[in-house]
Design a protein around this ligand. Structure first.
Ligand code: GLP
Length: 242
């Protein structure tokens, strides 16, 4: 695991964007794994600037999302497919139909999970997966206690995660869905390169367990220790417990 500590969130975004730029330069049809949450937003903005400046094109790339809420209407602004449209797709030159996520609106959620695993496999797997981390150590929506071998499945969100994400729902925790579909930890570990970004002191405990703790289902991020190619990019506050 490579741990890169920089001074500012902007530098975190640039380092992560450099990894994506290098991959796409070598492989224009790269398969990216994209993440929601506030942590990757600066990366998408940096990629947007590079595309606008002509130094990068994602026109040949594909992307898979990590997770999705269950039960939000298709046009709900916080449905993750809509979030990633605004945060990423609309800002770069990737084709909208080249970006897929698990279908949290399906009548057959288990079938949607299986179909999503198959779609990733059919694409040849994910070359570079961007990740954030929850304050409780979750990656994607793999909450503490998730099997380290898990695949895409239905999960119940913890109170902590719903409280953390209530800020996206006008502060109303009751409006945050109770369930989600998420790539499993095993699914995430199948990606060929994992790039996890975290900023702020509120992430310091989760980062401590990810980097220095024992591998434990109670701190899902610690599973990254099992992967041969991981880059963790942190600002100083997020690194303050290392
Ligand atoms: C959500 C997402 C995760 C993300 C986490 C942290 O729960 N499902 O993928 O890592 O939030 O979000 P933020 O970056 O906003 O702190």
């Amino acid at each position: 695991m490579e741990v890169i500590i920089v001074d500012t969130a902007d530098e975190v975004a640039r380092v992560a964007a450099d990894a994506i730029s290098a991959l796409v330069a070598a492989r224009p049809d790269a398969v990216l794994g994209v993440a929601t949450g506030s942590s990757p937003e600066g990366i998408y903005d940096e990629l947007s600037r590079r595309v606008a400046a002509g130094g990068l094109s994602l026109a040949g790339a594909r992307a898979f999302m990590l997770d999705e809420y269950v039960g939000l209407p298709a046009d709900h602004p916080e449905r993750y497919r809509n979030v990633i449209q605004r945060a990423f797709v609309d800002k770069v030159d990737i084709a909208a139909d080249a970006v897929a996520g698990p279908d949290g609106g399906s009548d057959d959620l288990a079938g949607a999970c299986a179909a999503y695993e198959q779609a990733i496999a059919d694409a040849g797997g994910i070359d570079l997966q961007l990740l954030g981390i929850g304050t409780d150590g979750h990656i994607a929506f793999n909450e503490p206690g998730s099997s380290l071998a898990s695949r895409t499945r239905i999960k119940t969100l913890t109170h902590q995660t719903r409280a953390d994400n209530a800020r996206f729902f006008d502060g109303r925790i009751d409006d945050v869905p109770q369930h989600c579909l998420t790539q499993g930890i095993g699914t995430i570990l199948d990606a060929r390169h994992l790039v996890l970004v975290a900023t702020g002191r509120h992430k310091a405990e989760a980062i401590h367990h990810l980097v220095e703790g024992p591998v434990s289902a109670m701190w899902p991020g610690s599973a990254l220790q099992l992967h041969p190619h991981v880059t963790v990019v942190l600002d100083s506050p997020a690194a303050s417990r290392l």
